[in-house]
Design a protein around this ligand. Structure first.
Ligand SMILES: Cc1cc2nc3c(=O)[nH]c(=O)nc-3n(C[C@H](O)[C@H](O)[C@H](O)COP(=O)(O)OP(=O)(O)OC[C@H]3O[C@@H](n4cnc5c(N)ncnc54)[C@H](O)[C@@H]3O)c2cc1C
Length: 367
């Protein structure tokens, strides 16, 4: 074989997931390559995100616990590693209607964070809420990894104990953090549900000192000059994307929802961003090794009848990992899960069943 450059770790996908992994791997190796088919990091969903970090309210459940644990970890992580790119100005959650207010009241015994009543909006102010600068964070987290942009990965092959990317880049370990596009993985049990959305950046003469969330989120303003401030409003939810917002529908919808929270004066929309939130079929993230369904079923055909097999005996693609399915909370999950995944890659821990792909494989086999 021709001699190509070989890396200890190659990451495909330069969104917040790929960049968070690059950050953790760069601490333990100087041989890390981050690839993206677009012309920089954070050009997919990560660049579209309003990038709010907010608590999840509700009755106790595993997803809420995961989100709120990640929120605490990731907030501290950004404060420590990118202090100038996180604004921990708090978020006011405004109930939509009477029903929503009743729901909020029923959640009070289970709320994990301090909050205060916000008299102005009849909402609830959570000091834990933040907003981050998504693109700059991705750049900083990935800066110690080698980077390759405008490079579409179309094939990955395992040859001589090594992953070969596009038949020319060699990787001892390959991590796929490709968001909504999972074409590189030919495994029927790995599904991505995409929810497209739009965020808008605006200029306004209204000063807003904290983030607000009702049916959309409004970021606190930053000053441009004595009479003008800038802010972001996000986000809409769609099955399909219309990045240019041809009929202006999303923009108008966001402005209407934002004005339903606060009156924004002299608004000028300066930029539109569109992207796809990539979720797994059960909305929990997907991290870790990838089960080879064909080989596993050849060895354990009775899995189809519901017979239990210890997942440690499943056949997995060697040194191939996924980091995906962070849905609408990528900036909350990414640093927290990257830490867990890197510990797993260097064989220091097992990944919980709620996060690993094993759960999805087991469910798929039984169907
Ligand atoms: C409008 C909107 C608002 C949002 N608001 C928030 C919010 O307030 N808070 C929050 O936490 N989250 C928010 N999210 C969700 C957040 O953006 C995502 O969870 C997060 O960005 C997902 O990151 P990722 O790295 O998985 O995917 P992405 O950022 O999409 O990155 C995947 C990358 O992989 C690259 N890629 C894919 N396939 C290949 C290939 N074959 N070869 C090379 N490169 C490839 C793509 O080009 C892309 O850059 C929002 C999302 C949207 C769309």
């Amino acid at each position: 074989m021709q001699s190509f450059k070989k890396y200890d770790y190659v990451i495909v996908g330069g969104g917040i997931c790929g960049c968070s992994i690059a950050f953790e791997l760069s601490k333990i190796s100087s041989s890390v390559l981050l690839i993206d088919k677009l012309d920089n990091v954070s050009k997919g969903a990560s660049g579209a995100a309003g990038a709010f970090l907010s608590p999840l309210l509700g009755k106790p459940n595993k997803f809420k616990d995961l989100v709120n644990e990640a929120l605490i970890y990731s907030t501290n992580f950004y404060k420590q590693n990118t202090p100038e790119l996180i604004d921990n100005c708090g978020t006011v959650r405004v109930p939509k209607d009477r029903l929503d207010e009743d729901k909020f009241q029923s959640y009070i015994p289970f709320i994990d964070f301090h909050f205060e009543v916000d008299i102005k909006t009849k909402g609830y102010f959570f000091p834990i809420g933040s907003v981050v600068n998504s693109s700059e964070i991705c750049k900083i987290l990935s800066k110690n990894a080698e980077q390759l942009f405008n490079y579409d990965v179309v094939s990955i092959d395992f040859v001589d104990e090594c992953w070969v990317v596009n038949k020319e880049i060699l990787a001892k370990n390959l991590i796929l953090s490709t968001g909504a596009s999972i074409k590189l993985l030919d495994e029927a049990y790995i599904e991505i549900r995409s929810v497209w959305g739009q965020r808008i950046d605006i200029e306004t003469s209204t000063l807003i000192s904290t983030n607000y969330h009702k049916e959309c989120s409004i970021a606190h303003t930053t000053k441009i000059n004595d009479t003008t401030y800038k802010s972001s409003i996000g986000a809409t939810h769609h099955r399909f994307v219309d990045e240019k917002d041809t009929n202006n529908e999303d923009t108008l919808r966001l402005l209407k929802k934002a004005n339903d929270i606060l009156t924004l004066d002299n608004v000028k929309v300066t930029k539109l961003f569109g992207g796809a939130r990539a979720s797994s079929s059960d909305y929990f993230p997907m991290i870790g090794e990838i089960v080879d369904s064909k080989k596993t079923l050849e060895e354990f055909p009775y899995l189809k009848n519901g017979t239990n097999v210890n997942p440690q005996r499943f056949t997995r693609y060697k040194n191939l990992y996924i980091y995906n399915g962070v849905g609408g909370r990528g900036f909350v999950f990414a640093p927290y899960l990257a830490k867990i995944l890197v510990k797993h890659i260097v064989k220091e821990n097992n990944i919980d069943d709620t996060l690993s792909l094993d759960r999805l494989f087991k469910r798929w086999v039984k169907r």
